[in-house]
Ligand binder design. Structure first.
Ligand code: RAM
Length: 395
């Protein structure tokens, strides 16, 4: 894990400037087993009485490694605390599917709910039921309604993610290698100043049209594009398509971008979308380039892996993400503190997270975020030909 430390330091220096699977079941507890650290997904049937007192981690849907990696961290952290955890996600990436599953879990008297939501609205009734049953709700990745959550665990600053994704897409369109720590904005300004070609057009291949987290990043991308130095050089309008975090639907949408051939670079702020687009663009031998938020091991066929390679021989010259396993562990620590009654999520309230893997013990303090509060888990890393080989081993 030595490399992770070095890369963590790199990520911080780049990004902290200016801001601080269907219903598959991979492991189900056997009858009479005391081990409920299962990775079961799908139906939370009421016959599964062993879930009483268990901490639930619910992702947007099954079949997404991003959710699996977060659960890995969540489970590891809480297991070390002597707690029981379970991974429950619906097969469909919809609010209704999550609500139905939550309702069943609350009836089973689970200890807590840690969730990445599929939408802003539609959870009130079920969240109220959880609240009345004394079951705390913490959201991670994609926010839950401030009215009902203890706090949200934010992976990285939303504004930064939006800016960096646009900057990366513009530089990639202009054939510029990742310029290194903290140099993206100035490089974009410099390159655009000397640019007199056609207006650059960017596309977005997102998750669902309602997903809070992707929508917040898209709004931040639009803010970035409204800055003066893009005027007349990069279109303010993003061409948005939605693949619902489903591989097949995302592939269809990527193919639509290819058929229309009207964007220079696709930004996919979802690990499912970027992998689908990588494959579609590569198979079609398309000139459209790609960046976004991706898991290194899933993107290795579409990205350069050694410093001596030409990044532009690949569909995706560089992209970004954060340490997803650590993010899941932070959500576990927040949930644990909430259940213990030592963290109420109000502004200024804090909890201590034990040392986790390569990370030292850390105190997280809640800050105002929209109508609710959040804690900031970390910062993104840029994955490029200089560090891909190391990151493929980690994530
Ligand atoms: C996907 C999910 C998740 C998002 C990541 C980047 O796996 O949509 O919500 O945060 O990508």
């Amino acid at each position: 894990m030595k490399n992770l430390k070095r890369l963590t330091a790199l990520g911080m220096s780049v990004f902290m400037v200016g801001s601080l699977i269907g219903c598959s079941t991979t492991s189900v507890p056997t009858e009479g087993s005391t081990d409920t650290q299962s990775k079961e997904s799908g139906n939370a049937s009421s016959s599964d009485a062993s879930l009483e007192g268990t901490h639930v981690f619910m992702f947007k849907s099954t079949g997404n490694s991003f959710g699996d990696l977060m659960y890995e961290g969540f489970e590891e952290y809480l297991t070390a605390k002597g707690e029981k955890t379970v991974y429950k996600s619906p097969a469909e990436t919809t609010v209704a599917a999550q609500v139905q599953m939550l309702d069943e879990l609350i009836t089973q008297k689970v200890a807590s709910i840690t969730i990445s939501t599929n939408g802003d609205a539609g959870y009130d009734e079920v969240f109220k039921k959880a609240q009345e049953a004394g079951i705390p709700i913490v959201s991670v990745d994609s926010e839950a309604t401030p009215d009902y959550r203890i706090c949200h665990v934010n992976q990285a600053e939303v504004a930064d993610i939006g800016s960096y994704l646009v900057q990366a897409a513009v530089l990639i369109t202009l054939g510029v290698d990742y310029p290194g720590d903290g140099k993206m904005e100035e490089t974009v300004k410099e390159k655009l100043e000397g640019y007199s070609g056609d207006e650059i057009k960017l596309g977005v291949l997102s998750a669902s049209i309602d997903t809070p987290v992707q929508n917040s990043w898209i709004a931040a991308m639009e803010d970035e594009l409204s800055k003066d130095f893009y005027a007349g050089k990069v279109s303010k309008d993003l061409d948005k398509k939605y693949g619902n975090d489903d591989l097949t639907e995302s592939t269809t949408q990527a193919q639509a971008f290819i058929a229309e051939n009207s964007v220079d670079c696709i930004i996919s702020p979802t690990t499912v979308g970027i992998a689908a687009a990588g494959q579609a663009l590569k198979s079609a031998n398309s000139e459209i380039k790609l960046t976004g938020l991706g898991i290194p091991s899933e993107m290795q066929s579409f990205m350069p892996k050694t410093a001596d390679e030409d990044a532009f021989d690949y569909v995706c010259p560089y992209m970004m993400l954060w340490d997803v396993i650590h993010l899941g562990a932070v959500s576990g620590a927040a949930t644990y503190a909430a259940v213990e009654g030592t963290f109420d999520g109000s502004v200024g309230a804090s909890f201590e997270m034990d040392a986790f893997r390569d990370y030292e013990a850390t105190t997280y303090e809640a800050y105002q975020s929209g109508e609710g509060t959040a804690v900031l888990a970390g910062s993104p890393f840029v994955f490029s030909k200089d560090n891909m080989a190391e990151w493929i081993e980690q994530l």
